[in-house]
Design a protein around this ligand. Structure first.
Ligand code: 9D3
Length: 250
């Protein structure tokens, strides 16, 4: 997979994509992340990439010309797939979207700065928009890093253990169960007895029940949109019955 990122801070993206699981995926040749700086394609001694908006008001807007030249350079270099604008106006980036992108050969990400990007560039070149959540960032770079991380770790061979990919929170729509380490200092203190039992069927059952129960406690919105199997419903009912005082969900 190839991801090309248009950003005034390309090093931010390439550094983030060089670490951890995604960095290893890059070493394994599964993913290439390339940064493109519109400033390298800006004209004049000042290499302006921003300008004051028509109609006045505070703040600057990214000029279309450096972005057009930057995009053309990326495409000429082989950048492929849709151009996705990281934007607070976009629909929310989700695990479903991450899976869809991971199944493609590549895409481009456009990171805005200042107040945003000239609408005429967006109309002419952007295929999709994505927001990473309802909070105000100072630019699209963190959004791009989030997308690259979530997509990169889904690529076949990116994770060392294939099982950890399927077990993931959100891959089955549930939060994770609690984890306990074989810590020298803490020993087995505070560790649920079932995890020490060696009974793998009981352990799997407990973990599933914890995942269901914690989702019910902390993210009832996720459970509401799920179709639980009869077994899961029974596990959750048992979890709820074991709660000291059940929280009231509307
Ligand atoms: C305070 C400026 N806002 C005036 C209403 C508009 C605004 C412009 C530019 C708000 C944020 C940004 C920069 N944000 C992004 O580029 C961005 C973002 C975000 O802020 N939140 C969630 N997801 C994303 S993806 C890109």
């Amino acid at each position: 997979m190839r991801i090309d990122v248009l950003s005034l801070f390309p090093a931010f993206i390439t550094q983030a994509a060089g670490l951890g699981v995604v960095g290893r995926a890059a070493e394994r040749g599964l993913i290439t992340v390339k940064g493109w700086n519109p400033r390298d394609h800006a004209a004049g001694n000042y290499r302006r990439v921003d300008e004051r908006p028509f109609g006045g008001g505070p703040g600057m807007v990214m000029l279309p010309e450096p972005l057009e030249a930057c995009l053309a350079a990326a495409r000429a270099d082989g950048a492929l797939g849709p151009l996705i604008h990281l934007s607070p106006q976009g629909p929310r980036f989700t695990q479903t979207k991450a899976r869809a992108l991971a199944a493609t050969p590549g895409f481009l990400l456009l990171c805005g700065r200042y107040e945003g990007v000239d609408e005429r560039f967006l109309d002419a070149h952007v295929d999709e928009e994505l927001s990473i959540g309802d909070y105000v960032l100072s630019g699209g770079e963190l959004g791009a890093a989030v997308v690259i991380d979530a997509v990169g770790r889904l690529l076949d061979g990116a994770l060392n253990d294939a099982a950890s990919a399927v077990q993931d929170s959100f891959e089955d729509g549930l939060l994770d169960c609690p984890h306990f380490t074989r810590s020298d200092r803490l020993g087995t203190e505070g560790v649920p007895e079932v995890l020490l039992s060696g009974d793998h069927a009981r352990i799997a059952r407990w973990r599933r029940q914890q995942a269901l129960g914690r989702t019910w406690l902390r993210r009832p919105d996720l459970l509401a949109r799920m179709e639980l199997s009869p077994r899961d419903r029974a596990l959750l009912a048992e979890f709820i019955a074991g709660q000291a005082s059940a929280p009231q969900h509307p």
